[in-house]
Write a protein that binds this ligand. Structure first.
Ligand code: HEM
Length: 414
């Protein structure tokens, strides 16, 4: 049963750490280490507006939470804090309930996630790589002649969205597709002067139209496969889940590309400018997932009933934030601090029933790898246009990505 006043031991009580603002303090691995030292594997935190939640920092604890749906579930409507949350709360896009795969549970989740999994499974990885190379080439053509570029906007963010929209069946390069790409950017990552709500409305309308078109005339794409699936999703369900797929693909893959480029351009182990550098693009992509994972923290799970976790009393309806970056660098799994192994046991794609559906990490890998390799092939003398220490991380405790990635190279004409 939930209670309006915080019970003893509730994260609303003194000692809780305000999460917003923390990102300025130090590098995330140090931040998570100090939080863990002070609070243990489950830290009481305050989200924007001092809304209490638990930050799950330990690798075993994140694994436990994500593999026990009966205790920690996805439907945010069970949150015991809704009465304190204003309609324009900044984290509303992540926690506001929507009838999409993201918030469904149990058999209904299996049905919805099963359709996405099977539709993504049939994306041909070679074809996707070819499409990404073509998209990368077009983006590079736009700045190659100038000898300079800001790669976050001009490349890392622009590429995965186009790739996702394309495997969903929208023709590449049409004005219509470019408008959708632009509206997706605004609704997911609004800049000064943008209207994200209006843009999100246009995204919904365009995806609705796409679903209608593919109902009438199916093609070899994710949308048509979702519509044809024997689970019999309604058009409205397909619209909701397509938006989830495209949105889920965008930010993390963009930051994966950018964080990998940053590593390649700043770490001499990768010796980008020397042919035969010791470590490969694949190793850089993997190291980023361990050390600078795009989804640092994910909100989240909601406790189904009162329970214990890591020595904490969790109340029914409490919110748990999955500390994926903290879990990846948990000293319990890395006693010698040798984080970044050449294996993929990290939790960057989460774990359990709601984890990033299994073909998606493979597709994201094809997109990110092709993006990075194409860029380095086309502009082999690419270097940072600023000192490495001048690069700044976006002030977000949720996504880990740079504010900008300015580079220079010998101008090339195509
Ligand atoms: C092609 C690119 C991608 C696609 C299509 C995709 C798709 C999805 C979808 C549909 C979900 C919702 C799963 C559910 O609730 O059942 C999801 C969740 C998630 N994805 Fe991905 N994703 C992509 C790339 C990535 C990348 C690059 C990362 C991070 C490195 C990532 C990390 C996550 C995480 C952390 C979750 C949350 C899982 C949870 O609730 O525990 N995804 N993704």
């Amino acid at each position: 049963m939930t209670d309006a006043t915080p019970p003893p031991g509730c994260p609303a009580h003194s000692g809780a750490v305000a999460l917003s603002g923390l990102e300025y303090q130090q590098t995330p691995s140090e931040l998570y280490r100090s939080l863990r030292r002070e609070h243990g594997a489950i830290a009481p935190v305050l989200l924007d507006g001092d809304i209490p939640a638990w930050l799950v920092l330990g690798y075993p604890e994140v694994t436990y939470v994500t593999s026990h749906d009966e205790l920690f579930a996805r439907d945010s409507r069970r949150w015991n804090q809704w009465e304190h949350i204003p309609a324009d709360w900044p984290l509303m896009p992540f926690v506001g309930y929507q009838p999409s795969v993201l918030f469904t549970e149990g058999a209904e989740h299996q049905r919805r996630a099963g359709v996405i999994t099977e539709a993504l499974e049939e994306v041909d990885q070679f074809e996707l790589a070819r499409d990404c190379e073509r998209i990368a080439d077009q983006l590079i053509d736009a700045f190659a002649g100038s000898g300079r570029a800001e790669l976050m906007a001009a490349f890392a963010h622009a590429l995965p969205m186009r790739a996702a929209v394309q495997f969903c069946g929208m023709p590449a390069g049409s004005t219509d597709t470019e408008q959708l790409v632009d509206d997706l950017r605004i609704s997911l990552d609004a800049a000064e002067g943008d209207d994200p709500v209006a843009a999100y409305g246009r995204v919904g309308a365009r995806i609705q139209q796409l679903v209608k078109e593919k109902r009438e005339s199916p093609g070899p794409d994710v949308t048509s496969r979702m519509l044809a699936h024997p689970a019999g999703l309604t058009d409205e369900e397909v619209v909701q889940d397509l938006i989830s797929v495209i949105a889920a693909a965008q930010q993390p893959t963009a930051n994966w590309i950018c964080n990998t480029l940053r590593l390649l351009l700043t770490d001499e182990r990768f010796a980008l400018n020397v042919s035969g550098g010791r470590l490969s693009v694949g190793q850089a992509l993997n190291e980023v997932l361990w050390l600078d994972t795009p989804t640092q923290n994910f909100i989240g799970r909601w406790a189904v009933r009162d329970t214990q976790l890591g020595g904490r009393q969790i109340r029914a309806g409490d919110c748990l934030v999955l500390g994926l970056a903290a879990a990846n660098t948990d000293p319990q799994i890395w006693p010698e601090s040798q984080v970044g192994a050449e294996n993929s046991a990290h939790l960057s794609f989460s774990n359990g029933e709601h984890r990033c559906p299994y073909p998606a990490p493979l597709l994201a890998d094809v997109i990110a790898r092709t993006a990075v390799e194409t860029l380095l092939e086309r502009l082999p003398d690419l270097v940072l246009a600023v000192e490495p220490q001048e690069l700044t991380w976006r002030p977000s405790i949720w996504m880990r990505g740079l504010t900008s990635l300015p580079v220079q190279f010998t101008p090339v004409s195509h």
